[in-house]
Design a protein around this ligand. Structure first.
Ligand code: KG4
Ligand code: ZN
Length: 353
């Protein structure tokens, strides 16, 4: 994020701060207005899932076009429903990255135009910081905190030593969890996005196909999902070659048990090692029933306060971007009008000064 010198000063202590936030990093167009980084005034999400279903995944060019089609209307609608005048907004926040560059640019151009026209500060915001700060919409985050980020594009364990300071202590070396779920789902014949189908099948199955646990080196907080995914494909292919019925429930359960066991163990270990006061779960895969149950049980047993935002704030939405942007607001850190989409944007570099 480029730092801009600006006449706008952080004045959070004396006045309510209203941030209009825009999220267009992937296949959801979303606009929200968030008060003081915590209270969602309006949060609109226009999902493109139905469109992309036909292709079995997100088609970047199609995503960009759909963002263009609905962004202006969504901004107008959000401001109208908030009961605020546009002039009363304090800042415009937008996802700057990571994401699909063409999709990001649609939101960024709209945000720049709005910030310029209204003479309000612009806050380019990191998408994963948004997923993490979705937790602030439910509960005051206590620092140091550990966040487990599990989405279609990301799998990370992030340490927040204090507000707005991010340290990625572990991440996937290949596929993201959601991505692996979607690929396994496809091999089992479930429609896109397949994560919820695999979850449902896994929870309904009493048997679990034995599959490896991928721990990597001792002490590592990294993940690797591609070997496990290949192991699933092997089981499916072998059954097909032998003309045996593919037991999708058992395979889904075996896959889910393996993924969940490693995610939970590493996240909980990180909380202990770094003295985390809370474990924050975030990203679309936070919807996973097996993961929620296992995390809840493990955190309860070890007396770790666990925060899980409601589903509408776990999947991509602009309210979470408004919550993260507020942190920058309170530190008086704004962007200039030259920001562009950053597909590989670093979370650590986005930390407050
Ligand atoms: O965070 P998100 O909405 O979008 C990204 O930023 O990636 O996550 C979407 C991902 C998809 O891969 C989807 O299959 C997965 O989350 N997902 C699930 C479940 N619900 C959604 N994966 C496993 N179990 C679920 N119940
Ligand atoms: Zn996301």
């Amino acid at each position: 994020m480029n730092k801009a010198s600006t006449s706008h000063t952080a004045d959070a202590a004396t006045k309510d701060v209203y941030i209009l936030a825009i999220e267009t990093s992937c296949d959801e167009t979303s606009v929200a207005i968030v008060k003081n980084g915590k209270e969602v005034i309006v949060n609109h999400v226009a999902s493109q899932i139905e469109t992309h279903k036909a292709f079995g995944g997100v088609v970047p060019e199609v995503a960009s076009r759909q963002h263009v089609e609905c962004i202006t209307l969504l901004i107008e609608q959000t401001i109208a429903e908030s009961g605020l005048q546009a002039e009363e907004l304090d800042a415009i926040a937008v996802t700057e990255g990571p994401g699909l560059v063409g999709a990001l640019l649609v939101g960024i151009m709209a945000a720049k135009a709005l910030a310029f026209a209204l003479d309000k500060p612009l806050i380019g915001t990191h998408h994963i910081a948004g997923h993490i700060y979705a937790n602030q919409l439910v509960e005051e985050i206590q620092y140091p905190a550990i966040a487990l980020v599990v989405s279609g594009g990301h799998t990370e364990i992030v340490r927040l030593e204090r507000e707005g300071r991010f340290q990625v202590i572990g991440q996937t070396r290949d596929d993201a969890v959601g991505e692996a779920y979607d690929k396994v789902a496809r091999s089992l014949g479930f429609p896109y996005p397949g994560g919820p189908h695999v979850d449902k099948a896994a929870q309904a199955s009493d048997t679990a196909t034995p599959l490896p646990r991928v721990w990597l080196e001792e002490g590592s907080y990294d993940f690797s999902l591609s070997g496990l995914k290949s192991a699933v494909l092997n089981v499916v292919n072998q059954s097909r070659m032998k003309n045996e019925e593919v037991d999708s429930g058992s395979i889904a359960r075996g896959f889910q048990d393996s993924v969940v066991e490693v995610l939970v163990a590493k996240a909980v270990r990180a909380v202990h090692e770094y003295g985390g006061k809370q474990l924050l779960l975030c990203g679309g895969v936070a919807a996973n029933g097996g993961l929620r149950k296992a995390l809840q049980a493990s955190c309860e047993a070890q007396q770790i306060p666990l925060v899980i935002p409601p589903m509408k704030y776990c999947t991509d939405n602009a309210a979470m971007i408004g919550a993260a942007a507020y942190v920058k607001w309170t530190h008086g850190e704004f962007s200039d009008l030259f920001i562009k989409g950053e597909p590989g944007m670093s979370l650590e570099a986005w930390s407050v000064q």
